[in-house]
Design a protein around this ligand. Structure first.
Ligand SMILES: Cc1cc2nc3c(=O)[nH]c(=O)nc-3n(C[C@H](O)[C@H](O)[C@H](O)COP(=O)(O)OP(=O)(O)OC[C@H]3O[C@@H](n4cnc5c(N)ncnc54)[C@H](O)[C@@H]3O)c2cc1C
Length: 504
């Protein structure tokens, strides 16, 4: 006989979106249960693996100081912080998604971003300035680029620890190793959820269910069916548990699909990175983003992209995909001693796979199954094609190659000074873009665009915001904004439907 229990609001998942939803629902006075598929030591979803960079619209340094509270006046005097208005955020979102982001969902994300960040701070999340990747030093001042100056202290690990601390403090129940498998419906509304626990199935009756359990990036079959066959081979950069369960459960009760189901975010990552995210090695340590200073060569010995087409921000997502198309899904980033010191710090970690040799001939001998002759010929041709000119990695310097069928357009230096280095890379999927149609309040809509009673969604499972690419830091912000909105909407719905919450 299956067992049952009751809550006002059930939240499926325990990542950033889910915990923001749970906290907002609890603030509204609801009795809340969080379900997490993973065991306690693997909790926190993709959010746990992030760099903690979170994109927000703001006016000036003063508004940033409302959330980065430990900045002293003296430090602040040395900081130049350009404004990043809601319209800037909106334009960036539209630009990187080729104008396809749903305007209504995009506006909601952007316009709620700042107040949501302040709300997170009030819940005990600590933020700091993102000095490493988002600022540069000039004439004694720290200049920030707009949009992404804020990150959580101790990356995604810190974010999730502080969210769990808050959830525990508020007395929200969490069940680990508890996989939600099926929504229960009655009179065309959702009235509960079936959960598989280690000792059997449990039905949880609820006034509202919030699905915040990620996309389908960790599901080989779904990747292959919806994104493309070659995606079966991709490394999963984050949690192994985001296998599309929430999306499938919602579709089964009549929800409408939305967004770019054939799309995902991906990057070039260390070839020997774990096949799925290792919870003992979080912090996004396997990415390999310095390729604009390299030539990238596949096993057949050929280049396959213009490594210097643009700054990494604008090419890394599509180049991850290109690596996946290469033989055995592998490529080598080749550097020489002239640029080795300029590579990002991930290249120096003990987790980084690197081959090193004093000559290119010795280097290629170290690389498994590579066409050696073609490899050396490609580098020779490339070196011969490199044009003279001023080399300047801080701008698109136009120092490119001439006469190659596949040019390198900027930052082309000859690969000539030993030692030489080869970093093997493959493609790592970050998250899938296809999801569900929700309205601005986080209610899941059916095929007639009508809300499915009692059903809400947030985070990666919301379709229609990201297409082709996403502006860095928007994944966490989308989860926080729609998580909070879904939590608030769910508790309102619950109180209208008989729950004894603080809202009624
Ligand atoms: C390596 C890496 C680095 C990143 N860096 C950044 C960054 O710096 N900034 C940024 O904005 N974004 C970043 N992202 C993207 C970001 O992680 C996501 O956009 C965001 O965290 C998604 O949050 P979420 O709450 O929707 O999903 P998740 O955090 O993945 O949470 C989903 C949860 O649902 C659980 N779950 C799944 N199925 C079930 C089920 N059936 N029952 C119960 N529970 C279930 C999972 O176990 C998980 O805990 C990065 C992603 C990766 C992988």
């Amino acid at each position: 006989m299956s067992r049952s229990t009751s809550y006002d609001v059930v939240v499926v998942g325990a990542g950033n979106a889910a915990l923001c939803a749970a906290i907002a629902a609890k603030e509204g006075g609801a009795n809340v249960l969080v379900l997490e598929k993973g065991p306690v030591e693997k909790r926190g979803g993709n959010s746990f693996f992030t760099d903690g960079a979170i994109r927000v619209a703001y006016e000036d340094l003063q508004s940033i100081r409302q959330v980065v509270t430990d900045l002293t006046d003296e430090q602040a005097e040395h900081i130049v912080m350009p404004e990043y208005k809601e319209s800037d955020y909106y334009e960036d979102l539209m630009r990187v998604t080729a104008g396809k982001s749903d305007p209504s969902l995009a506006k909601q994300l952007v316009s709620k971003s700042y107040e949501t960040l302040v709300w997170m701070k009030d819940q005990g999340i600590t933020f700091e300035l993102n000095y490493d990747n988002q600022s540069f030093e000039q004439e004694g001042k720290r200049h920030f680029w707009g949009g992404l100056p804020v990150k959580t202290v101790d990356k995604g690990v810190g974010l999730m620890k502080q969210l769990f601390d808050r959830v525990n403090k508020l007395g929200i129940d969490i069940w680990y190793s508890s996989r939600a498998v099926k929504l229960v419906t009655e009179n065309e509304g959702v009235t509960g959820i079936v959960v598989e626990k280690e000792n059997g199935a449990v039905t949880v009756n609820a006034h509202s269910v919030i699905l915040a359990c990620g996309g389908f990036e960790a599901n080989k079959e779904m990747r292959s069916e919806f994104i493309g066959e070659e995606w079966e081979a991709a490394i999963v950069r984050g949690t192994e548990f985001n296998t599309g369960d929430g999306i499938s459960m919602a579709l089964a009760v009549g929800a409408q699909k939305y967004g770019q189901w054939s799309g995902c975010h991906s990057i070039g990552t260390d070839y020997n990175a774990p096949k799925v995210g290792d919870f003992t090695k979080p912090g996004d340590i396997f990415k390999k983003h310095s390729y604009p200073y390299s030539v990238m060569i596949n096993k057949d010995g050929h280049r396959f992209v213009d490594e210097g087409a643009d700054f990494r921000n604008y090419t890394y997502a599509k180049y991850g995909r290109e690596i996946l198309k290469q033989p055995d899904h592998i490529a080598y980033q080749i550097y020489d001693a002239q640029v080795r010191h300029m590579l990002r710090k991930e290249y120096d970690l003990e987790e980084a796979t690197c081959y090193q040799a004093n000559t290119l001939g010795e280097l290629v001998n170290l690389l498994p199954d590579v066409n050696k002759e073609q490899f050396l010929k490609t580098i020779e041709e490339y070196n011969a094609a490199v044009q003279e000119g001023d080399y300047n990695p801080t701008e698109k310097d136009g120092k490119g190659t001439n006469g190659l069928a596949l040019p390198k357009s900027n930052w082309a230096l000859r690969i000539e000074k030993g030692p030489f280095y080869a970093f093997p890379v493959t493609c790592g999927i970050t998250f899938s873009f296809g999801g569900l149609l929700v309205n601005k309040e986080g209610q899941v809509l059916d095929k007639e665009q009508q809300p499915i009673r009692g059903l809400f969604a947030a985070g990666e499972m919301v379709g229609g915001i990201f297409y082709e690419n996403y502006p860095g830091g928007s994944g966490l912000m989308s989860g926080a904004v729609y998580g909070k909105l879904a939590g608030t909407s769910a508790v309102q719905f619950a109180s209208m439907n008989g729950a004894e919450t603080a809202a009624n």
